[in-house]
Design a protein around this ligand. Structure first.
Ligand code: ATP
Length: 253
């Protein structure tokens, strides 16, 4: 069971506030969608809450341990982080890139114990990558590569998944497949904090939505309570019809 807690977390770049006084918690069995317009501060919030970016105020902890003080290996065993920008240092096979998800356990491509190898094969299978396992990553399409990065995060078997736009490059079928995988991961006791720009997809899958606007978390609660036409207008500047978890965006407000 892993719980990520942020308290009054603030991030600045020079004099500019990127995140202001953010409070949230994400724990086991929760599928939390972090939503908000471009530039709202979502990536900065995720990075600061994991201790990957310096916070200028407040703090974040994982199971009570200050994230800013966690060694990378300790952090990686508890949280699988899938960043928005996913550079690969050099092209490698799909299987070897997914195996990087096991590095926190001392494994490396070509040096996998049985448990590591099992986790890698499971992640490849879940993400529909078995047939691509021997391909070099520089020969993949953008969507295929996005699935490889997701599989790498999944292979870590961490208790918490923090993913920044994991379905952005994917076609509808693969978007649903990845969302189904996150759903299964949460049903099996994991916790997920996922940045999504597709509000319909977020509303369909998430148990809770954290709404961010202009550096601040302005709302945090169950989808049924927080997803309203008024909030869509306020946060995204769009006209939307909302019916329970169904949302239809009609146009710019
Ligand atoms: N180092 C920096 N210096 C100045 N401004 C920055 C810096 N890093 C981020 N920003 C700005 O902070 C704001 C928040 O960025 P962030 O990436 O957290 O937003 P986001 O909500 O994830 O956006 P998107 O949906 O477009 O990915 C943006 O306006 C960005 O340009």
């Amino acid at each position: 069971m892993t719980e990520l807690v942020a308290e009054k977390l603030s991030v600045h770049a020079g004099k500019t506030a990127l995140v202001a006084q953010a409070d949230f918690r994400v724990g086991a069995g929760e599928f939390v969608a972090l939503i908000g317009p471009n530039g709202a501060g979502k990536t900065s919030l995720l990075r600061a809450s994991l201790g990957l970016e310096k916070a200028n105020g407040g703090c974040a902890s994982i199971d009570g341990d200050n994230c800013a003080e966690l060694a990378p290996m300790q952090r990686a065993r508890r949280v699988a982080y899938l960043p928005q920008q996913r550079p690969l240092a050099w092209p490698n096979t799909v299987r070897d890139v997914v195996a990087l998800g096991r590095y926190a356990y001392g494994a490396a491509p070509g040096r996998l114990g049985n448990q590591d190898a099992d986790a890698v094969e499971r992640a490849l299978m879940k993400c529909g990558l078995k047939e691509l396992a021997s391909r070099h990553t520089d020969t993949l399409s953008g969507g295929e590569l996005a699935r490889v990065h997701f599989a790498r995060a999944l292979a870590s078997d961490a208790g918490l998944l923090v993913a920044d736009e994991p379905v952005a490059a994917l076609d509808p079928r693969h978007q649903f497949r990845i969302m189904d995988i996150i759903h299964q991961y949460v049903a099996a006791g994991g916790g997920a904090l996922v940045v999504l720009h597709d509000i319909s997809l977020a509303a369909r899958y998430a148990s809770r939505m954290i709404w961010m606007k202009d550096t601040r978390i302005i709302c945090d609660g169950p989808v049924e309570d927080t997803l309203t036409a008024e909030r869509m207008a306020d946060v995204f500047g769009v006209r939307a019809k909302v019916n329970g978890r169904a949302v239809e965006i009609e146009g710019a407000a």
